[in-house]
Design a binder for this molecule. Sequence first.
Ligand SMILES: Cc1c2[nH]c(c1CCC(=O)O)Cc1[nH]c(c(CCC(=O)O)c1C)Cc1[nH]c(c(CCC(=O)O)c1C)Cc1[nH]c(c(CCC(=O)O)c1C)C2
Length: 368
Amino acid sequence: MSHMFTGKPFPPMKNDLILRAARGEATDKVPVWVMRQAGRYLQEFQDVRNKHPFFEICRTPELACEVTLQPLRRFNLDAAIIFSDILVVPQALGMNVEMLPGKGPHFTEPLQVPEDLEKLKSDVNVKEELGYVMDAITLTRHKIEGKVPLIGFSGAPWTLMSYMIEGGGSSTLSKAKKWLYVYPDESHRLLQLLTDVIIDYLVAQVQAGAQMLQLFESHAGILGYGLFCKFALPYLRQISEKVKAALTASGLQPVPMTIFAKDAHFAIEELSASNYEVLGIDWTVKPATARRIAGPKVTLQGNLDPCALYASIEDLRKLVKEMIQKFGTQNYIANLGHGIYPDMNPEHLAAFVDAVHQYSEDMNLSTS
Ligand SMILES: Cc1c2[nH]c(c1CCC(=O)O)Cc1[nH]c(c(CCC(=O)O)c1C)Cc1[nH]c(c(CCC(=O)O)c1C)Cc1[nH]c(c(CCC(=O)O)c1C)C2
């Protein structure tokens, strides 16, 4: 597999727009990609998915590579994100997770009491347990032929902890939040264990060829400000700092890092001062407010309501124009405010992507 590529240099980059925007360099148009851009709204993904269980796709580098590249064949996206899931980390810790079609993730034995922490592996070797992700990244970095940068990712500690306790999706996360109030010490122990694994995992992804990293703290909002500052933020900070230090120590240039903490409008200030180059913003936040609180240096990413893709193409184009006017064309990466939904018409995604490029290029020309 990717071993046949060992030592072979990656193809030269043809489009580094997103890396430039992430580093705060000038761009002639706004880069755009979409969370969950590889997925069920594409027939070609469904065709692969009908033949293979979800985690088999994640674990088979050729399949993960194929579905990662699928959206690039249809849309003028400025990045690819490696096909995987945030729940491969709990799997690496020894937990059994299944993906139930139409229902989402299901843990057969979620954590119930602090004693269950003893069942988790304590010194995970990510290159062994998650080597298939690194192989998929290396293969994809070659097959993408320098067309666009490849993003690696991980779930953030609190979001992973909440799945490990809830055992699947939940609207209140009350079982996981109960741990924070009743077992704070054990909660910190679990969060630190996850943090250590995530750091190794992200570093290994860059060593394998990932050119940018995104951390998904999808369950940030439900914590509120107090719990977020205690149980999420310190670990997010540790991750950005230690990943950068470890990359530098291993002789690699640190790559831009994005934090997407969904619904964490209350922590924009803290997140902007957490050593991430890019701050993902969900659609509930006013762009001007995000920019005012984040300050001028951080690159913002987002934040069109995913449901705006249901609008007519004419209305969608107006919404994109407004969004870019509000964020401005610099220090900005266009995206949806969360992942794309499975029933979306791919033509509307094409219209979204093209409108971002067209309007931002026009705006840059008219102000230069
Ligand atoms: C980045 C990513 C993720 N999942 C997938 C990707 C692939 C890359 C891409 O974005 O294209 C594939 C990815 N992951 C999944 C699918 C659909 C499953 C299928 O095909 O059967 C796909 C394409 C399954 C999945 N996996 C997960 C859910 C949510 C369940 C819930 O709590 O309600 C679901 C439904 C957990 C998950 N997974 C992920 C997150 C963070 C982003 C977010 O907030 O949406 C989360 C919370 C991240």
